[in-house]
Design a binder for this molecule. Structure first.
Ligand code: HEM
Length: 404
């Protein structure tokens, strides 16, 4: 008996126990990592079709709001052949687009990527994306915009006589205005070498085909748009070559050409077009919504007019044009813009794709699933905005008071 519990035997027993413990730990640990996470709540609808028909046979807004009511601010569905997770809380949107953006890649249909240009930053992640983003943001900082306020003033003063005592199509005119401003921001205030009308014509044709069926055959809108995109690319490349030779550089084109790591012509032109596309229609839509809200709210229109007339009187008295500082004095006008951005939410959502299995708030977002942050739902949630369906610019005044 004694020999059974000798020091040697005790040592062997301890070692066996240790080996068993390590073995158990190794066996159980992966299991812990693979702990069964649940998919978010929701319904995947019919095989393959999913809930696509449901979405297209009702107002998309009520499709999303019914889901939110039933499942909360994260739910799964299946649309256009893809399993999706939709998120609509500020935390989730920040997680997907900012803090863990590396886990979600931008995802666009190939037809869109082909039309905008594969080098546009929208389709990239990592170093290339952040490099381009910095260059683009620098061109649109207040310090850069300040320099073109007087040019923007000239553009609008040139358009006003065309609108006087006429019924105009507000959206078309706002598109004309925002296109002209985009040209200045992109090419600098010297536009002598730019054939604006050709550029506008190509751009409008591309825009018309952007959301059409992606059939690249003669007679189809998509084909016409792709042809226009090719012509626009040739036009942009000529401008880029000339600007490279002359080392002449205002606007975004100048910033891209001055980039320390030289960009190729295609990288420059795809990003120029990408920015025109991102900036022009969004701005035109918001301007149109502002006009609509002001024409629907006579009392508000009077107050905005009063603010603008006050600034105009100063300009006349001081015999000068509009400056950036004047725009800082337009507090009511600014609140009207902020409230319009919220209420219209012209970009209702965006798309990403999970590059690996991701755990979020105890749910699994499987690799390859689309993730859609729903901006509009946040902007219209009573959790964040009192009486969210009411157009009320004063809510942003309150925000300012609370912030200060
Ligand atoms: C009311 C006007 C605008 C709205 C509502 C708007 C909205 C948005 C949204 C929601 C995104 C994010 C898309 C995503 O990450 O999936 C985006 C991206 C972008 N926008 Fe705008 N935008 C507006 C005006 C502009 C303007 C004037 C510019 C001009 C520079 C611009 C340039 C861009 C660019 C370059 C991107 C891509 C950014 C990236 O991939 O990191 N946008 N915009």
């Amino acid at each position: 008996m004694n020999s059974l519990f000798s020091a040697d035997h005790q040592m062997v027993v301890v070692m066996v126990v240790l080996v068993l413990l390590v073995g158990y730990y190794r066996w159980s640990e992966p299991n812990k990592k693979q702990k069964k996470l649940l998919l978010p709540p929701g319904s995947m609808g019919w095989p393959y079709i999913g809930e696509t028909l449901k979405l297209y046979t009702q107002n998309p807004r009520s499709f999303y709001s019914k889901k939110l009511e039933r499942y909360g601010d994260i739910f799964k569905t299946h649309l256009l052949g893809c399993p999706c997770v939709m998120v609509s809380s500020p935390e989730a949107v920040k997680f997907v687009l900012v803090t863990r953006a590396n886990l979600f890649k931008p995802t666009y249909p190939p037809s869109k990527e082909c039309m905008i240009g594969p080098w546009a930053l929208n389709f990239h992640q990592g170093i290339y994306h952040s490099r381009l983003k910095k260059l683009i943001q620098a061109t649109f900082l207040p310090s850069s915009i300040q320099a073109i306020v007087s040019v923007i003033e000239r553009i609008i003063l040139g358009l006003l006589p065309d609108w006087e005592n006429k019924i105009i199509n507000a959206h078309s005119e706002m598109k004309r205005f925002s296109f002209d401003v985009a040209m200045v921001a992109i090419f600098g205030s010297e536009l002598k070498d730019i054939d604006m009308e050709k550029m506008r014509d190509f751009y409008y044709r591309i825009h018309e085909g952007y959301n059409s069926m992606p059939i690249n055959l003669l007679g189809f809108r998509f084909h016409r748009a792709m042809k226009a995109r090719q012509s626009l690319d040739e036009l942009l490349k000529k401008i880029v070559t000339k600007r490279r030779e002359n080392k002449d550089g205002g606007g975004l084109v100048g910033a891209l050409l001055r980039s320390i790591d030289q960009l190729t012509d295609s990288q420059v032109t795809d990003n120029l077009f990408g920015v025109i596309f991102a900036a022009q229609d969004t701005t035109a839509s918001i301007l149109t919504w502002i006009l609509k809200h002001l024409s629907d709210n006579g009392a508000l229109l009077d107050l905005v007019m009063k603010e603008q007339e006050g600034i105009k009187r100063e300009l006349i008295k001081e015999k000068r044009g509009l400056t950036w500082n004047d725009t800082r004095k337009m507090s009511l006008t600014t609140r009207v813009i902020q409230e319009t951005l919220r209420a219209a939410s012209i970009v209702s959502f965006t798309y990403r794709e999970a590059v690996e299995d991701v755990e979020f708030q105890g749910y699994l977002i499987p690799r390859g699933w689309k993730v859609l942050p729903l901006f509009r739902s946040i902007h219209h949630s009573s959790d964040f905005f009192i009486n969210p369906e009411k157009f009320d610019p004063s809510r942003f005044q309150l925000l300012k008071v609370l912030e200060s």
